[in-house]
Design a protein around this ligand. Sequence first.
Ligand code: S3P
Length: 440
Amino acid sequence: MVWTSHPVARFQGAIRAPGDKSCSHRALMFAGIAEGTSDISGLLEGEDVLNTAKAMGAMGATLQSKGGGRWTIEGTGRAGLASPSGDLDFGNSGTGSRLMMGLMAGYPITAHLVGDESLSKRPMNRVIKPLERMGARFEHDGRGMLPLTLHGSEALQAIDFAPEQASAQVKSCVLLAGLNAEGTTQVTESRPTRDHTEKMLRGFGVTVSSRPGPGTQQVIRIEGGQHLSAVDTVIPGDPSSAAFMIAGALISPSGGVVVEGIMSNETRDGFFQAASLMGAGLGAEEIRDAAGERLIDLQAATTGLKGCAIPETLVASMIDEFPILAVLAAFAEGETVVSGAEELRVKESDRIAAVVAMLRVNGVEVEERADGFVVQGCGGPPPGGGLVETHHDHRIAMSALVMGTASQKPVSIDDPGMIATSYPDFMAHMAELGADIREG
Ligand code: S3P
């Protein structure tokens, strides 16, 4: 089903950022194993998060949706998680499946995990290997991918682990298994990644320490045998979703957008820093706190962007934003270089290949590299006119539609279906700001 984004003269208005996807998954998991009843508000009701809710329900938590992102959750507490009777289907979600494996590993349960076509091609050995070291067992076809069966254990042993990739999913998986392991589990990251697991576990009464190690390292420690206590949680707005609307304002002939209630967290703000390096003057107004995070209203307007080399130190904090950064690079004057981002190869799609194809089919010169790409900016609206293959990747779909709002000719995508995994209100928000996106 082809959808097309037609160029529009202006992109203006104010919208509220949807709930953060990473925090929403974690809120459901943590409330689901806590002792007592937690109220959550602002939950992102995207398909990925709803699959996590179903999985927690299938293992014994009681979850009730009250509408509008408000949920009440009674955790399993000391009774712990129980084996689900059917498959746990994580759909498109790497975060849901990988964090849940860590959470489940410390209970004496058996679960069969499945996912969609994209998730079934993503590497799981990065979490299977450390969990096996801790004492969990897995059955799979040898590729280290879904579908797989996990056998948890009440007798997990703490490990000292240094993930090969800077990955918050791997870190979080091991820390969550560490919650129920004997001893103190330590994860040493080569570079700090998003810290929501650490911060939100503290909110649920768990002690987790985190300190800088040598060089760029970050060392996180959690002692086993700790229990979570229910707590009311407000989910902050998602900076990754906000990035699309901010980008739309920057590239528009007449752009002026405010996105309200965005989480301001230095492990997530790389895209806004990169946009600033490219010349964007973003205005931020601080409003209040939610779940231990600072919230801001972020303002962006039309900008003559300049290409730049994206510092590798920003990669982890903008890991989901490279498709939309590539759109900015297409409009910018000069060259934009992305390097040190080989993890993009194993996201919802091979995002290096998908981004390169998205730009090329719209008339933009771009070079593919093993660990990134180099865009020759058009110094204004790129030609457009292409049909972009999304490869079941929501962020490729949204980036292409934003590009179409301001390119010379319309930009089409092969399928908007996956957008609902992370940003169900995307089409409504785009229309509110003036985009013209239609089927056909
Ligand atoms: C996430 C971690 C990141 C990110 C994903 C959400 C999380 O993945 O891409 O969208 O919530 O922990 P990696 O850990 O694989 O980098």
